[in-house]
Design a protein around this ligand. Sequence first.
Ligand code: KG4
Ligand code: ZN
Length: 355
Amino acid sequence: MRVLGIESSCDETAAAVVDEHGHVFADEVASQVKLHAPFGGVVPELASRAHMENIAAVVDRALAAVPGGLDAVDAVSVTRGPGLVGALLVGMQFAKAFAWSRGLPLVGVSHLEGHLLAGHLVRPGDGGAPPVFPYVALLVSGGHTALYAVRGPDDIELLGQTRDDAAGEAFDKVAKLLGLGYPGGPVVDRLAATGDTARHDFPRPLPQRDSLEFSFSGLKTAVAQFVRTNGVPTDEASLADVCASFQRVVVETLVRKALAACAQTGFTSLVITGGVAANRGLRTHAATECARAGVTVVVPPFASCTDNAAMIAYAGALRLVRGERHGIDMAPFSRDPGFRRGKVREARESAKKRR
Ligand code: KG4
Ligand code: ZN
């Protein structure tokens, strides 16, 4: 079954064609990064308008890349949430009109489910081995920072998430404080590579051993406080030291909690996904610590980690194969539907009550 996936939840207009085995036949993304850069973050109204301008061309490009084009598509999958509602509506309306006019089945999926299954996409020329169920997934992006127990495509449990800023948001905000532009992650990553990670002692968020929750707003405030007291460093070496010291705290926190999640679930595989998975410091530290702990770590190719429609097409294909369908009355999720309560969370909560 070849599924046309459509994604428009934030600042990427994307369309892809993927089958239920994860084979990617087409994957197109129109990024709005340049549009939002002057504002230092995504402006919802501008995002919706840009999705409207771009969506037809992006879908056309995806269909043109598939042998058989339009006629090769068997079903449509679309991101239903979470995301900016005006942005979601553009993709959803397009997907509904497309499915209805072609008489194709339609399914709406969670953007998060897409991210958590993106490691199974098979891209031409990609030699990496896909993750094996069950695994712990660390989703780290501009909008999300959370840990999940993924036992199968339809058995996903939220283990813990950020109480405030997402990790990518912390990178972006710190970059803004340091005058490094938007999005900040890649620049901070590049500067951090040459900096001294021990130069500044920024606070470690929620250091408790068994907590799988994150908090990055205090760390960002510590960097803001540093800038207020000392000003923005004027030479590149000092700037690199601030970036390296900040990044070290984020990376060590993410890896420590991901490994705590592996220990609590007993899973020996970890998948790191979302835009922040591109961070070189995170990849290196995760590789070292996971090897030490006997955990296999999988970081999907960058095109699968950032927002894309291939992951939406794949998550939708699996749901369609299970018989799920939505009508054209489908609305965006009014709130994140979350994931099933699972064994790990229940065990942790009852242990807390007993204490
Ligand atoms: O997944 P993504 O493309 O979009 C969503 O937020 O859904 O992630 C974008 C985020 C931004 O916050 C960006 O600064 C961060 O990922 N990012 C990075 C790196 N590349 C992108 N953060 C740290 N290091 C990087 N190399
Ligand atoms: Zn995303």
